[in-house]
Write a protein that binds this ligand. Structure first.
Ligand SMILES: Cc1ncc(COP(=O)(O)O)c(C=O)c1O
Length: 373
């Protein structure tokens, strides 16, 4: 019966895409894809047009993040999931320590745990909805956690852990371009472009410190077997030539550049953060005062500015609510599938207009009102 409800069109957000990634791709980026692509789609990724595009992206990322001296941006195929496997070969010398507070931070830990050439990782774990950093561990040479846990909507602090040669390796997949980070406080910040960068999937990017670059070179020169596809030294060498080891998704690169240029022209990271902060402040304030809704992440300090998770009272069927919204063109607000909560999850990346988040909550209120009366 809920699916039959038609939300008054004037209440609807102008753009109904609130996915946690893939997420909203701006119409202007798609227009750019059509106009810019004529010169690059269907041309060699080893020739100037595509290499120039990669160069503009690397430079643009450096500008967006105020890259510290000696840090480099590398890229490759396979998304952040492939980067976990690459990290297991090229970043962890012997043993890593992980903070696990959701699906994605846990996946990297399990990749390290399964790797036969590594010692068992040290793991700190908490229930979904909170945050935990890796345990201090005298033998850990990599400390790893997610800046933003996309599966739960929890944001973690980022600062350098460990001493000596230990590297701090941060999954910025859903935080990048939406939550500020101090790069001098970490060694590797890796992400996929289909979230805050409003692009498509298939690639990974990683900002690497000089210490991380040295670790990559050292492990590549050693006797560890490293598959070429996951070899970060090859990625470093190709990235320096504005290339990837194998053929990249060129359309993804074009969309990524469109988003970068938009962010940089609008005020850079400060602009992106102002938008994600405005959207999330509204969503959480709405949920806090709502008799049927509550922010899932209890501690306000851990509530993500880019992924909002909202629990509903038992009297509300959140799945039916999401289905009704979907039937009205408001899509992808279903919770992370394995979380199993009576919840909605709202992606509020920089591309999402804060006014659309306000429209979304108004639509939810309208639907709840209809189903109660
Ligand atoms: C925090 C985080 N890390 C890693 C990934 C995996 O990214 P990909 O699907 O591009 O491999 C995701 C995807 O949602 C994510 O949210």
């Amino acid at each position: 019966m809920w699916g039959m409800l038609v939300i008054p069109p004037m209440m609807l957000p102008r753009d109904g895409r609130f996915g946690a990634g893939p997420s909203k791709v701006r119409a202007e980026s798609v227009d750019g894809l059509v106009s810019v692509s004529r010169n690059v789609l269907g041309t060699s990724h080893r020739a100037a047009p595509v290499r120039d595009l990669v160069a503009r992206i690397r430079t643009g990322l450096g500008e967006l993040y105020a890259l510290p001296d000696g840090y480099e941006i590398i890229l490759g195929n396979g998304g952040a999931s492939a980067f976990w496997d690459a990290a297991v070969f090229n970043l962890i010398s012997r043993r890593s320590a992980h903070g696990c507070f959701g699906e994605f931070s846990t996946k990297f830990a399990s990749a390290a745990q399964r790797a036969p050439h590594l010692a068992d990782p040290a793991i700190a774990k908490v229930d979904a909805g909170s945050v935990v950093l890796p345990p201090a561990d005298a033998e850990a040479d990599v400390y790893a956690w997610a800046h933003n846990e996309t599966s739960t909507g929890a944001v973690a602090p980022v600062y350098r852990m460990g001493s000596g040669d230990a590297l701090t390796v941060i999954d910025g997949t859903s935080a990048a371009a939406g939550i500020p980070v101090e790069l001098s406080e970490l060694d590797v910040y890796y992400f996929s472009p289909q979230k805050g960068f409003g692009s498509d999937g298939g690639l990974w990017f990683a900002v690497c410190s000089p210490r991380a670059l040295a670790r990559i070179a050292e492990l590549a020169a050693g006797d560890r077997w490293i598959p070429d596809f996951l070899n970060l030294q090859l990625a470093v060498e190709n990235s320096r030539k504005e290339q990837t080891l194998n053929t990249p998704a060129v359309a993804t690169l074009v969309l990524m550049e469109q988003q970068l240029q938009w962010l940089l022209a609008s005020g850079g990271m400060a602009y992106a953060v102002a938008r994600t902060t405005a959207s999330s402040a509204h969503l959480y304030a709405w949920a806090e005062q709502h008799e049927l809704a509550t922010p899932f992440v209890a501690d306000p300090a851990y509530r993500s500015p880019v992924i909002g998770t909202i629990d509903f009272a038992d009297s509300v069927d959140a799945a039916a609510l999401a289905a009704t919204l979907r039937a009205n063109g408001i899509v992808d607000v279903e919770p992370y599938r394995k979380l199993g909560r009576n919840q909605l999850r709202v992606g509020m990346f920089a591309a999402v207009d804060p006014e659309d988040v306000a429209a979304l909550t108004a639509c939810i209120d309208w639907v709840l009102q209809q189903t109660r009366s």
